[in-house]
Ligand binder design. Structure first.
Ligand SMILES: [Zn+2]
Length: 208
């Protein structure tokens, strides 16, 4: 009889080693009366024959111990690559129909933080990574990311009062914590906290 249990401890799993290169499972029999033992063998028949012969030579020795050596292995879980995103990335939650920053991944669920800091939990199967056609606000070929006022660029698109605007120009910075963006159709708009923006994967050609 061999154990088949699997034991999990956070990132590690312990299980019987059934790989082709595993050490062999071996058997031995030991007399419980005099402690004499058979040779260790991968074939259980020889230790069993040893026990029968041992009783034949020692007729009062009737109790034996089976000694099985079972190879086990541990393996460490790596982050499932199918998720394709990390904490800090902006993803689209197609269930809530919102975009958010990944703050926690936990098994099949993901905690997201929206642009104004509200958090929610969603199923990993409803999470899409950018570029995606699911986000109706995202221009084709752009990705969503969260940037601060010091790292917004010309060509990024920002969502202001429910409308998407391309950043046409940047006013000289007044300080490190805010930046005034020139948005055609809207006018100047001051960005004073990190925001989720859309950035084209191919930046527009630089203008002299
Ligand atoms: Zn014995």
């Amino acid at each position: 009889m061999s154990t088949r249990s699997v034991i999990r401890h956070e990132r590690w799993t312990l299980e019987p080693d059934l790989e082709p290169d595993a050490e062999a499972t071996t058997y031995a029999m030991q007399c419980a009366v005099c402690e004499a033992a058979s040779d260790t063998d991968e074939d259980f028949a020889d230790p069993q024959n040893w026990a029968l012969n041992h009783s034949g030579r020692n007729p009062s020795h009737h109790s034996y111990r089976e000694i099985t050596t079972q190879p086990w292995r541990t393996w460490m879980h790596t982050a499932p690559v199918r998720w394709g995103f990390d904490v800090g990335d902006v993803v689209w939650d197609d269930h809530a129909r919102r975009r958010g920053v990944v703050t926690v991944r936990n098994g099949g669920s993901v905690r997201l933080s929206g642009d104004s800091g509200q958090e929610w939990i969603t199923d990993i199967d409803s999470v899409a990574t950018y570029p995606t056609d699911l986000d109706p606000d995202c221009p084709a070929g752009a990705v969503a990311m969260k940037v601060g006022p010091d790292s917004v660029r010309i060509g990024d698109r920002v969502r202001v009062q429910g409308q998407i605007h391309a950043v046409h120009d940047l006013r000289p910075p007044v300080n490190n914590t805010s930046r005034t963006l020139v948005l055609p159709g809207h006018g100047d708009w001051t960005m004073n906290q990190p925001r989720i923006i859309y950035r084209p994967l191919t930046p527009p050609p630089a203008t002299p």
